[in-house]
Design a protein around this ligand. Structure first.
Ligand code: SF4
Ligand code: SF4
Length: 307
């Protein structure tokens, strides 16, 4: 039986660190991987990789209440018990009452309490469609990505779904690696991005907040016992802090995978819908290649050790 594909997750403490352009370049360099875009709040890998959608499906992360106005007698019980102020007295009238109550689907947290208390069984509590997920083909291989509905929050469940489908696609096609563009932050979606992964690459900027974010993500990786590496992106914007971040990473037991210089070519490449390693060979593309070689070696060593 073929070995399980490795999962490399690229994360950052917050958005805007250049993580996604590094992930896109990794995909270009790896060639035999499946990409999983778990940054579902700002899913922008597709802008550069132009995926052709092969399969799409809807995603439901929870339930939402909905008042059937024809059944509501406007007793107001639901409004009284809703802790999220999601119910208001502005629904349409029916033959019995001039106005009914209405649920704001954006404010509703799906707790179900109102439906439980409504003596008229006027509240439907049904699965809500929160977004869509896609399996696509890119010029570098398959990609699994998702789109959240308007005003939906990034959901750990959707991230887990994207990862599961990506891994299954890799197994099906005999590919040995899934590269995951992880969710930013340290909340539920990033935990869903890294749990059970083979390795984490933390991309950070040379700023004090970048250093702080790196520490927080590193704590998560340590907590879940996942080997982590650090890469300072745009390091030359503040070489001193870049040095400090790298030395802190080493002190806490993480490897430094390399550093990537600031380069306007990243934007130029994006305008041309290219990854920066396709756009040029020098500058930051050279740095990203060297980070990729480091990461690939670590993944290969891990795979060898697993037998
Ligand atoms: S509890 Fe039921 S009947 Fe009463 S206002 Fe709410 S939906 Fe209408
Ligand atoms: S399901 Fe919960 S949050 Fe939504 S309207 Fe009912 S009580 Fe409020």
């Amino acid at each position: 039986m073929a070995a399980e594909p490795e999962e490399l997750v690229v994360v950052s403490g917050k958005g805007g660190t250049g993580k996604t352009s590094i992930v896109a370049s990794f995909a270009a360099l790896a060639r035999t991987s499946v990409l999983a875009d778990c940054d579902v709040d700002a899913a922008d890998l597709h802008l550069v990789l132009e995926p052709k959608v092969l399969k799409r499906d809807s995603f439901s992360g929870g339930k939402r209440a909905r008042i059937k106005s024809g059944h509501c007698i406007a007793c107001g019980k639901c409004e009284e018990v809703c802790r999220f102020d999601a119910i208001s007295y502005d629904g349409p009238g029916n033959g019995r009452v001039a106005r009914t109550f209405r649920v704001d689907p954006i404010a509703c947290e799906g707790c179900g309490v109102c439906a439980w208390f409504c003596a008229e069984q006027a509240i439907e509590f049904a699965p809500a469609v929160n977004g869509e997920w896609f399996v696509s083909q890119t010029r570098f291989g398959p990609m699994v990505h998702a789109k959240l509905g308007v005003a939906e929050e990034n959901s750990g469940k959707l991230v887990s779904l994207v990862r599961t489908v990506a891994k299954a696609a890799a197994e099906q096609q005999g590919l040995d690696l899934v590269i995951i563009d992880g969710s930013p932050g340290i909340g539920c979606p990033v935990i869903a991005s890294i749990t059970g992964a083979s390795m984490v690459l933390i991309v950070t900027e040379p700023t004090l907040s970048g250093q702080h974010d790196m520490e927080r993500v590193a704590q998560l990786a340590r907590h879940f016992d996942i080997p982590a590496m650090v890469c300072v992106n745009k390091w030359d914007l503040n070489p001193q802090i870049a040095d400090e971040i790298e030395s802190l990473a080493r002190k806490t037991g993480f490897e430094v995978a390399g550093r990537v210089r600031y380069d306007r070519a990243v934007t130029q490449a994006q305008i041309r819908k290219q990854t920066v390693v396709e756009y040029q060979d020098n500058g930051c593309a050279e740095d990203i290649r060297s980070v990729w070689t480091f990461v690939r070696n670590r993944l290969d060593a891990r795979e060898k050790a697993r037998g």
